[in-house]
Design a protein around this ligand. Structure first.
Ligand code: AMP
Ligand code: ZN
Length: 114
């Protein structure tokens, strides 16, 4: 999508600190980190949110979670643990309308979040 910031990161129009990439998924550092490790994992295809997953695109979630598994081990947060979050819609606090999963780690996290 032409005016989507994460599509622009995927196609290289906007720079990012890339952590991981494969043919379906890109992961990069969050520009405003909320924890020592704060990575965003996005499908390269524009999907607005969890609510826009459907029969034809839903398998990208498997690719995303495969990537999360690799990234957690790569960044050495697998042993201490971490959190995966997909904020969805207004009440969920979603500010970018391109499906993304936050990986938060490197410190003990509070629950429930604010
Ligand atoms: P959410 O609020 O769940 O939609 O998450 C969007 C996230 O994208 C926020 O944590 C922002 O800090 C992050 N973000 C926005 N613009 C960029 C960017 N250009 N590069 C990296 N992260 C970004
Ligand atoms: Zn997009």
């Amino acid at each position: 999508m032409s005016n989507c910031i994460f599509c622009k990161i995927v196609n290289g129009e906007i720079p990012c600190n890339k952590i991981y990439e494969d043919d379906k998924v890109l992961a990069f550092e969050d520009i405003n980190p909320g924890a020592p490790v704060h990575i965003l994992v996005v499908p390269k295809q524009h999907i607005q949110s969890v609510l826009d997953l459907n029969e034809s695109n839903k398998y990208v979630t498997v690719d995303i979670f495969d990537a999360i598994n690799k990234i957690a081990k790569m960044l050495d947060i697998d042993k201490d643990g971490f959190r995966v979050v997909a904020n969805t819609g207004a009440n969920g606090g979603q500010t970018v309308a391109h499906l993304h999963y936050h990986i938060l780690g490197g410190r003990s996290l509070q629950w429930p979040p604010g």
